[in-house]
Write a protein that binds this ligand. Sequence first.
Ligand code: OOB
Length: 546
Amino acid sequence: MGIAEGLVAWPDELAKRYREQGYWNGMALGHYLWRSAELFGEKEALTDGERRLSYQQLAALSDGLALGLAERGYRSGDCMVVQLPNCWEFVVLLFACARIGVIPIMALPGHRSHEVSYFVEHSGARAIAVADEIKGFDHQGMAREIARGSNAVQDVFVLGENVRTGSVDLGKLIVSPRDVNGVRHRLDEMGPCSDSVALFLLSGGTTGLPKLIPRSHDDYGYNFRQSAEVCGFDERTVYLVSLPASHNFPLACPGLLGVLYAGGRVVMARSPEPENCLNLIGKERVTVASAVPAVAQRWLEAKIQKPHYDLSSLEIIQVGGARMAPELASRVRPVLGCTLQQVFGMAEGLINYTSLDASEEVICETQGKPMSPADEVLIVDDHDVPVPDGEMGQLLTRGPYTLRGYFNAPEHNARSFTAEGWYRTGDVVRWHSSGNLVVEGRTKDLINRAGEKVSAEEVENLLYRLPSVAQVAAIAIPDKNLGERTCAVVVMKNGASNLTLAEVRSAMEGFGVAKYKFPDQLELVESLPTTNVGKIDKALLRSKFS
Ligand code: OOB
């Protein structure tokens, strides 16, 4: 079965308008790569440790890999779960997929078999691409196990030293073709339509399992082009990727794709650790870095403790993914010596940026304005009626780069979109007098743990697998380092013996769940309080255990 059945398209009239007005320019992501190679040729595009690739090399290597994949039978519309650390091969693989229309599913390095097997099943993926290991975890072993249990998976592509028999060595497929131009033209013929799905991002998730977010070449191209424009990216930009590159933020807001479009240079960091990143900023003369608030806070602390870090090249730090306390925001310029740009975005689409030349008040206290003139924003009450200007309400949005439906999820779509196609973001916001949005809270039931979104329902479902658990509520508790941490409030079954946090966490590990979803705190109670409509009163629990 192809993936077309699971997609929700923009209405024809609107699609036509987005094309006519140039938001959608008809270019597939692979064309962006060659466009940049023509414009910036020998200029350095990508830095990963000692490895440095020019635009021309990046394009040639991506084509080499695309050809290798095509020769193994991969075609437009096939899905591949991609789970790699931040490295140059990640970028090459992404473009190789784009060249032949293979659709990567952008898994995070932290995901484990619970998540990866679900992505495989849900998309019918024909391949999984992983590193041999990351931080001691055997990704290759995990991927092979999942592949064994699937009828669809044909190959496990492995990057690293230790490629076992039966896996395909991804590194060996990354070679420049001898006849670069010939291959380029052959691949052009195999290129996907610009309105087809370029990649699947993962939803922050408010349901039991994460949803797949289809992003088309047209809409994603616009996402990073417009972002690069708004953020002033150009050939001088040197951008540090420190968050996992599969996240929309470092990928396309403007992210590495926006940098490569603008002719700048992408510097890959393996992790957001302050020591590593602050050294890289100095060494590579980084001009723009992006971070979640929890990471930005650690960078600030590190710079205060060790003032010798040379951050003189840094012009902008973009911070988003979770609420940034105004107090932290106000320390950015004095400590790091650069401009803060708040980014309020979502993998589903809508991105808001504070202007680089906005007042200190706007930069510190708002989350920016929608980046596109074609973004539509409504702030509504519980009955979907718009609230008076300046008042808080739920944010609904539509636009040329905001999805119309999750992949293969009709029931969930009926709840997440209005009949007129507005996406219900689940965020509670208001307009600031400056015309920027302020994020005040949310209606969706998740824990925003250092920018990673943890679905309360998913954690609860997992905990119900424990024999001693009668009832459970997962709630977000304010945390000074993470922003929020996950607390599981549990009612034990009659006669069950004690349960500890360590036991809960080790059970989660046994289920093969990503570690960032493990509860950080456990509270045992006699019963869970309910509201007058009979729902668990999470607000009350939150105030009790904060
Ligand atoms: C980004 O994307 P997701 O999909 O991981 O999470 C989206 C959600 C938003 O709906 C909102 O609840 C929260 O994360 N969020 C923020 C925020 N940025 C995102 N809440 C408060 N302040 C902010 N600045 O997180 C994402 C995607 C692209 C760019 C930046 C972030």
